[in-house]
Design a protein around this ligand. Structure first.
Ligand code: ZN
Ligand code: ZN
Length: 1020
């Protein structure tokens, strides 16, 4: 190995990596083959780059002054296909910088080389049919990204050169890195950011160079780190060659520090915030990125104020952006993983600032809530190895049950930080275990990020390697309101019953369904914010497998989702055969007078290794309900049986029963048919906008086209979806009087795929949807369900079904909205159930094979008897907030599994909440239940306070409710100087309405605490 033993590279302060980390990197390169490979690749890339002359490189970079930069989301102007946006897919598309001044882009689909005579580009792009194309801008974007760092979180060549300098001490690398920093710094201030998201010719400011809004801040961390290690080079205090070539004056140091401090503390073109004086506005990931840049630049340029503001913000991020369940507040899991990477840097940089200025702060890597968020939760959230893609995140088209390598890599990196820095023995031990567990999964991908090269690993073996595959039947995240059930076969369902927040879709009580290594429920997904597909279609309820009430007529223009402060988990059950959950979200449609909106989903294994899904969705008090369903991420077709087509009078779902003729309600004109590359409409019709536009009725119905209406001619309608891969999904749905079934087609984000969709509409005031679905992976496989029949049971509002399985088995289901005694005559004998939901499986001879009191105290069938858990609430008489322990004056239930979750509710009012049980101890007739979640919902510092209102310094994204009820209403607010009160509402992010019990003072820190003695507890 050609690493010199003695290095001359010394950082100014070691803001990201220190000399100790360089020693660690050398050990890693010695020990781990992947590290050696990455090091060799790094060296080759840097050495190859050094072949270019300084002069040439200055000309290339300074030639981008005042140029356009663009992702190229409009696609190819010639063939219309989208261009790949991921770096690894872009190989060969762009001419190299050694060929400069040639700047060309080659379409990977049609092979056309741009610009050309037909498509000339003078550097400012061109416009065709109302669409803007920036061909030279794409070249600039690509190469600036490679050299300076970029959008896909990749480190730029400047950072790679610095890494080589750190590892070898070779000054050639340092000088070239400095040249790149100098050249880019000279053209950076005052640039506008990529042009894809603004109208053609607009000079709207939306970032810097090729970096869109918060990505500027992301790259700054590495640039500050680069500058930290180059800080002592004598050239820095000489005149800047880049400035001189542009006819300006100044030293290289001034040039670089001006760049670092440009686009600081706020984010022109992005969401509004202003970090001046340490002010926090909303805690969104953009703002966190801004704090990260502020800390990094503060550390390298001796801005103590920046360091102080950044370090003080940690409490807000750890307690107000992360909930008691360790979940991030935004309603997209993908964003949570990205945010974890930002928080790791915030923690590291705050730790450095505290060391530098001798501040006494709580050690960020000793924070259990942060550890759960960054390391533990992601593995708990896996669905058949997939990362849940609900909310704003890419459509999940991955095939396979192996754990998502990208997610594992993110978790691995997080664990490295805790393993290296945590002073808490338990956290360090858990982090070390996670490293060992994940190493074999991520090994082949390691080395892309500097942290993997410079931070310690923990051996290469996985002594507990089977843990990831261990069956975790449930995951329930109690504050964010996500529930996951897993059957003992290869299938998983996820349902969101929690609050709608930033980056969410209107998908409450929809279920994501995973089977055979695929996401079958086919969420349309997300790619670019604010496109017509995002605003008008993919975010809408009808695009998800859920029930839409009254056609979502209350949705305003450009509204993404309904205001919803969260519902309840009302049932959780698992046995060898069945895993079930039930969510209630009645308040979602509370404003329309809906009295119940509740869904139970069960995954049921048959006796032959197959499975089916049972789905009871109940809505009371609606005028019209639309149960929507589609399946498969590939294009699909749909056949319907037991229903008669009725004459067509409409083309889109929006056209059905519309009193007026809609301009898009005819073949070729629907919104769905015109959705194309760039997630916009071609052609654009009068009155429409290419972006940030929704139709007059913002419910997504105009995107569903080729709509055919059917009237059921039996009590049960049967539908089957056929995917392009020959998979089938069978759907059996119970119908009532006057129900109508619609079939149609709907697009993916860019209109390339056409999903067959079914909408079951009912106008009954009380509607109980009951659906059985099952999957056939290929035509040879036997159908897991042979038929479904509706039965008539004794009791009020009872639904009874018989599901015929292969080889003569039959499942009988009873489901009711309230606890009662239900009776059903089954094969000549009475089956009696006291409760709400139960399953009885009989074989061909009528013998009981299995039975489940899913939510029932008892059942009997002939001589057969079974007891379930009592539906009982116990009063909590003691709480220890420090350890998160609650006491109840009873012993744990004898029936069913040891409870892993408990439901808790206030004796006064309000919805119940779910907590995970960490451990239980029985003392005589009392049980102490130690909860995994902390009881602290959020924290704050009093800015000002009156008898009824308090302003706080920290935003409260987990509690805010501008309209509707706050999830914090009724909770205690406990001050550290003796203040005490009850929260009435959270009308703004930093404003609380309170009832004061004991007065608070300005500057007083407080906790918002869940639970208190008198709360009631139910075993789940
Ligand atoms: Zn093309
Ligand atoms: Zn969605």
């Amino acid at each position: 190995m050609s690493i010199k033993e003695e290095t001359v590279a010394v950082p100014k302060s070691g803001l990201y990596f220190t000399g100790k980390d360089v020693q660690q990197a050398r050990r890693n390169i010695e020990i781990y083959p992947w590290a050696r490979e990455k090091y060799e690749a790094l060296r080759r890339a840097c050495d190859e780059h050094l072949q270019l002359s300084d002069e040439h490189l200055y000309r290339v970079v300074l030639g981008m002054k005042d140029a356009t930069f663009a992702y190229g989301i409009s696609g190819c102007p010639k063939c219309g296909q989208p261009f790949p946006l991921e770096l690894e897919d872009q190989l060969g598309m762009f001419s190299s910088i050694s060929e400069w001044p040639r700047k060309t882009v080659t379409c990977p689909h049609c092979g056309t080389v741009f610009p050309n005579e037909e498509y000339p580009d003078d550097g400012n792009g061109l416009e065709r049919d109302g669409k803007a194309y920036y061909l030279i801008g794409m070249w600039n974007f690509y190469h600036a990204g490679l050299l300076f760092g970029g959008v896909r979180n990749h480190e730029g060549l400047v950072t790679k050169l610095v890494a080589m300098y750190m590892l070898t001490g070779d000054a050639r690398y340092a000088k070239r890195a400095l040249l790149l920093l100098d050249a880019f710094s000279a053209i950076f201030p005052g640039t506008l950011g990529p042009r894809d998201f603004t109208p053609f010719g607009s000079d709207f400011e939306i970032g810097r160079l090729h970096l869109l809004t918060s990505i500027v801040h992301r790259v700054k961390v590495w640039l500050a780190h680069d500058y930290d290690w180059l800080y002592r080079l004598p050239e820095l205090d000489g005149p800047s060659p880049a400035l001189r070539q542009l006819g300006r004056e100044g030293t290289t140091r001034q040039n670089i520090e001006t760049m670092l401090n440009d686009y600081m503390l706020t984010e022109p073109g992005g969401p509004y915030y202003d970090l001046t004086d340490g002010n926090l506005t909303n805690l969104q990931n953009h703002e966190a990125d801004g704090v990260r840049a502020m800390l990094a630049v503060g550390l390298v340029s001796d801005r103590e104020d920046y360091c102080k503001w950044g370090t003080d913000s940690l409490t807000a991020y750890f307690y107000n952006a992360i909930g008691r369940d360790g979940m991030y507040f935004e309603s997209s899991y993908g964003y949570s993983l990205f945010t974890a990477s930002v928080y790791l840097d915030l923690a590291l940089l705050s730790m450095r600032a505290a060391e530098l200025y001798n501040w006494d702060i709580a050690h960020p890597f000793a924070n259990a809530r942060f550890f759960r968020f960054a390391v533990e939760n992601p593995l708990d959230m896996l669905c058949e190895g997939h990362m849940p893609s609900y909310g704003d995140w890419g459509a999940d088209r991955r095939i396979g049950k192996d754990p998502d390598v990208k997610l594992c890599l993110d978790v691995y990196r997080s664990a490295q930080f805790f393993y290296r820095y945590s002073p808490d023995e338990v956290i360090r031990m858990k982090a070390g275990e996670t490293l060992r567990l994940l190493y074999p999964i991520v090994e082949s991908k390691l080395g892309e990020r500097s942290s993997e090269l410079f931070l310690p690993h923990n051996g290469v073996h996985s002594p507990s390697g089977s843990r990831l595959d261990k069956k975790r039947h449930f995951t329930v995240m109690g504050q964010s309101g996500v529930s996951i059930i897993r059957s003992s076969g290869d299938t998983t369902a996820l349902m969101r019953f929690g609050r709608n927040n930033t980056h969410g879709h209107d998908d409450v009580l929809a279920y994501s369904y995973y089977a055979g290594g695929k996401e079958i429920s086919a969420d349309i997904g997300y790619s670019v914010y604010g496109t017509n597909a995002h605003y008008g279609w993919a975010s809408k309820s009808i695009a998800h497998n859920t029930v839409v009430v009254n056609q979502d007529e209350g949705m305003r223009k450009n509204q993404l989702f309904k205001i919803f402060s969260g519902g309840e988990l009302t049932l959780l059950y698992s046995s060898e055969t069945v895993a079930a959950m039930e969510g209630d979200a009645t308040e979602l449609y509370g404003e329309c007078g809906v009295e119940q909106y509740r869904r139970m989903i069960g995954l049921v294994d048959n006796e032959r290794g197959g499975h089916y899904v049972i789905d009871f969705f109940r809505v009371e008090g609606a005028q019209v309900t639309d149960y929507a369903f589609h399946a498969f991420q590939s294009s699909s077709t749909l056949e319907l049986r037991h229903a008669q087509p009725s004459p067509r009078k409409h083309w889109t779902l929006a056209g059905v029963d519309s009193p007026d003729k809609l301009y898009f309600d005819e073949p070729g004109k629907s919104l769905g048919e015109r959705l194309t590359t760039g997630e916009t409409f071609v052609p654009l019709l009068p009155g429409e906008e290419p972006r940030l536009w929704t139709p007059e009725r913002n419910n997504g119905y105009g995107f569903i086209y080729n709509v055919q209406e059917y009237l059921p001619d039996q009590e049960l309608v049967y539908a089957v979806w056929n995917s392009e891969q020959q998979e089938r999904l069978h759907w059996f749905g119970l119908c009532g009087g006057g129900d109508r079934i619609f079939t149609g087609l709907c697009p993916d984000l860019e209109g390339g795929r056409k999903h067959a969709i079914l909408v079951h509409r009912s106008s009954r005031p009380v509607v109980q949807y009951a659906v059985v679905t099952c999957l056939q992976h290929d035509a040879r496989q036997r159908m897991p369900v042979e038929g479904v029949a509706s039965l008539s049971a004794e009791g009020r509002h009872v639904t009874a079904l018989a599901v015929s399985l292969p080889e003569g088995y039959t499942d009988y289901w009873l489901y009711s909205p309230s606890t009662q005694t239900m009776k059903l005559l089954v094969q000549g004998q009475e089956w009696t159930v006291t409760g709400r939901c139960a399953l009885l499986r009989l074989d061909r001879e009528g013998r009981v094979v299995r039975a489940d009191c899913i939510q029932a105290q008892s059942m009997s069938y002939g001589d057969y008897q079974l007891y379930g858990r009592e539906d009982k609430w116990l009063t909590i008489d003691q709480i220890d907030e420090q350890s998160g322990t609650v006491w109840v004056p009873e012993r744990p239930p004898l029936k069913g599994d040891t409870p892993r979750f408990v439901r808790l509710r206030s004796p006064h009012k309000g919805a119940s909440v779910v907590y995970r049980v960490n451990s239980m101890h029985v003392f005589g007739n009392r049980t102490a239940i130690q909860l995994t979640d902390s009881l602290i919902l959020s924290k704050g510092i009093v800015r000002s306070v009156t008898d009824h209102e308090m302003e706080t310094l920290y935003p409260l994204p987990l509690g805010v409710a501008e309209k509707g009820k706050s999830p914090f209403a009724g909770k205690r607010i406990v001050g550290q100087r003796g203040g005490l009160g009850t929260i009435v509402g959270v009308p703004e992010l930093k404003k609380l309405q309170i009832q004061v019990v004991r007065p608070f003072t300005a500057g007083e820190a407080f906790d918002i605490v869940d639970l208190e003695p008198g709360y009631e507890l139910q075993w789940l």
